[in-house]
Design a protein around this ligand. Structure first.
Ligand SMILES: CC(C)(COP(=O)(O)OP(=O)(O)OC[C@H]1O[C@@H](n2cnc3c(N)ncnc32)[C@H](O)[C@@H]1OP(=O)(O)O)[C@@H](O)C(=O)NCCC(=O)NCCS
Length: 158
């Protein structure tokens, strides 16, 4: 498996698979070309024999100088459970650490149990909230549009 930056030429291929790879509740506003244009160091693609098998898109926080945020990660369903997601996250951690970040944040929907397990395996903790859904601390109406989110945090170094 090779990891590299996402180039603008990859946009078409990503948009082609995103809905299938994400599953239900995919929304086309999850990312856009400006991500790749402006956040290159934190937008990475995994490929095998020249074929994209996964990608991650995130950015460094302008407001919180210690933090980076992971917006989205997807792995080809045929390649899941083989370490692709871990490899993408670990490369993201390395790149953001080099750029001076120690705190990594991301969120997921409470119904996405696979994603919750994945993030736990990658060393993320769940931020405490006033409410729990299915026993999982969950921020209600996270972004003001009604969606609930589990909020993750990971420190690269304590
Ligand atoms: C979540 C996702 C990115 C995981 O990618 P992946 O390549 O299958 O994950 P990996 O094989 O690298 O697994 C990393 C760890 O998470 C665990 N894990 C991954 N998927 C899991 C699952 N469905 N159930 C239980 N554990 C899981 C693995 O056991 C592994 O643990 P280990 O490395 O400590 O042994 C992938 O399932 C996906 O693309 N899902 C759809 C999109 C999505 O939900 N994205 C996340 C929300 S932003």
């Amino acid at each position: 498996m090779k990891l590299r930056y996402i180039e603008t030429e990859d946009c078409g291929a990503i948009l082609e698979v995103a809905s299938d790879w994400w599953g239900s509740n995919y929304s086309s506003d999850m990312f856009s070309k400006w991500f790749i244009n402006h956040f290159r160091e934190t937008c990475l693609l995994a490929e095998e024999n020249g074929k994209m098998i996964g990608f991650i898109m995130g950015f460094l926080s302008q407001t919180k100088p210690d933090e980076a945020y992971i917006r989205i990660v997807m792995v080809d369903p045929a390649w899941r459970g083989k370490g692709v997601g871990r490899a993408l996250y670990e490369k993201f951690f390395k790149n953001t650490e080099v750029l001076g970040r120690n705190t990594i944040r991301c969120v997921t929907a409470p119904r996405k149990k696979d994603s919750i397990t994945f993030h736990a395996r990658l060393g993320f903790s769940i931020e405490p909230q006033e409410q729990e859904i299915d026993g999982i601390p969950t921020c209600l109406n996270y972004d003001g549009r009604g969606g609930n989110r589990v909020v993750f945090k990971k420190l690269l170094h304590n």
